[in-house]
Design a binder for this molecule. Structure first.
Ligand code: DUC
Ligand code: ZN
Length: 477
């Protein structure tokens, strides 16, 4: 409501105390899922109001983005901020985590709120996550809901979640505190399918992993190099297979989250051949790192402990090809960061290392550098997996995920000429380690607009905590 005159332009104060203005982004290349075009973009308040050739500035401030690529704000559909894992809590909470995300061009994160086991409701879990996030976020945020127990009350709560804008859920086939059995899995998937919703599922075979851990411990194999050995690709593929058989019986669409390997991917492709609606997500760490990282000296492998683990070169190749073939729908991060001191909780026992890696700050720049610049994928495909498709999957398109008149003015100005090197010494995470340490980036995030607010300028955060909760609609794919 409040209008202020400054340098001849109108600034409108929004309800979070940020200022939104009129901007004309001139001479940039606007990237969408199917083309890249040299177009001007007019932003008024929180919205994009016009996209076209040689637009008139009027009273808008002109920003020359010649030579830059304009992507819709990136959407990260898989983050864990302020999460308790293995007796500790992630180093990054919603405050530091969403700052890092925004610096990396991500304007919307969808974090996993979770129900607790022991007779707790989904609503309690949701309230808990709102407390963690509300008022702290520098990018927009939304939640999926993890279901860990199922009864008549939980079933009735699904509609409450939908009413609150939560249309995607999460199920775990591993982790004692989260795991649901096949009986509940079937019932939950069926209910979600009937409601036009779906679940993302963490697929790993819990039982065999437990047995392999027992074997390793009995043999005194306690270092991080054992982590990938006790969570093999076959046991991810087995769980993917089981999930998809159950989902078929339940007649429900489903998403395999953080898909890491060729065998698991083949299970997804087989189910699709049978006519099943299956979505797949992967993450930068599975595209760019190899399992030899677990053998780094001096407990260095602990940095890379995450579940499922980093796999092999042939798995990387498979995932890149799947992205090029557009068989993997989105690249998210599974952001879940810990300091070296936290990782050291597992110094004498790798199973006590808190699992997870940071990633929200470099997902886009890594994908551009190692995917687009190398020719593995096109920049339009990058737009699909980071913006357009997650927006449709998670029910926010075209408000998010597109640069079109009427969309939220979430815009990433990417400079393809900029170079830098990833380092924990300079990153924005609240950690002293980075799994991509030393990786060269051949692009940079120059500016980021969050609903019309120029929040990142020259790669620096200039406006904080303007993020708002986004209620989502149902899947649009
Ligand atoms: N895997 C991790 O490594 N961390 C958080 C959750 C998960 O599934
Ligand atoms: Zn996760």
């Amino acid at each position: 409501g409040f209008v202020r005159k400054s340098a001849g332009v109108h600034q409108l104060m929004n309800d979070k105390g940020g200022y939104t203005m009129k901007y004309l982004l001139k001479n940039g290349t606007v990237v969408s899922g199917d083309k890249s075009e040299k177009l001007d973009v007019l932003v008024d308040g929180e919205k994009i109001v016009n996209v076209g050739k040689d637009l008139e500035a009027g009273d808008a401030e002109v920003i020359d983005v010649e030579g830059k690529l304009l992507f819709p704000g990136f959407i990260d559909g898989h983050t864990h901020f302020d999460l308790e894992v293995a007796g500790t809590v992630t180093a990054d909470d919603f405050e530091t985590g969403t700052r890092a995300a925004l610096l990396g061009g991500t304007t919307l994160v969808i974090d996993y709120a979770s129900q607790d086991k022991g007779g707790h409701t989904l609503k309690e879990g949701l309230d808990k996550w709102h407390k963690k996030a509300d008022g702290k976020c520098s990018c927009d945020y939304s939640f999926h809901m993890s279901i860990v127990e199922w009864n008549d009350e939980t079933e009735a709560e699904v509609q409450d979640m939908i009413d609150h804008g939560i249309t995607s859920f999460k199920l775990y086939m591993t982790y004692p505190a989260m795991i649901v059995n096949d009986c509940d899995m079937y019932k939950i998937l069926k209910k979600l399918g009937e409601c036009g919703c779906f679940a993302g599922v963490h697929c790993e075979n819990a039982g065999v992993i437990d047995a392999l851990i027992s074997e390793a411990k009995k043999e005194g194999r306690l270092g991080p190099e054992n982590h990938p050995l006790v969570r093999p690709d076959t046991m991810e593929a087995e769980a993917v297979h089981r999930l998809l058989v159950i989902a078929k019986e339940a007649n429900a669409p489903v998403m395999v989250v953080h898909l890491t390997n060729k065998k698991a991917y083949e299970e997804v492709m087989n189910a699709r051949k049978n006519g099943q609606e299956v979505y797949a997500e992967t993450c930068p760490q599975y595209l760019l790192l190899e399992d030899s990282v677990y053998s780094k000296p001096d407990f260095g492998g602990a940095v890379y402990v995450c579940a499922p683990p980093i796999r092999k070169k042939e798995d990387q190749d498979c995932l890149w090809k799947a992205l090029a073939d557009e068989e993997i729908q989105t690249v998210a991060t599974d952001q879940c960061s810990f300091t070296l001191a936290q990782k050291a909780l597992g110094k004498d026992d790798f199973t006590k290392i808190p699992g997870g890696l940071p990633g929200v700050q470099t997902r886009g720049t890594l994908l551009y550098t190692y995917g687009v610049k190398t020719g593995k994928i096109t920049q339009e495909q990058m737009c699909k997996v980071l913006c357009e498709t997650p927006a449709k999957l998670y029910g926010v398109y075209p408000n998010k995920g597109a640069i079109t008149a009427g969309s939220d003015a979430d815009i990433v100005v990417l400079d393809p000429a900029k170079e830098s090197v990833i380092s924990a010494a300079t990153h924005a995470y609240n950690t002293d380690n980075n799994p991509f340490e030393g990786f060269k980036l051949e692009c940079g995030i120059d500016k980021v607009f969050l609903r019309g607010n120029l929040a990142v300028e020259e790669g620096k955060l200039v406006k904080e905590k303007l993020g708002k909760y986004i209620a989502r609609g149902k899947k649009q794919l």
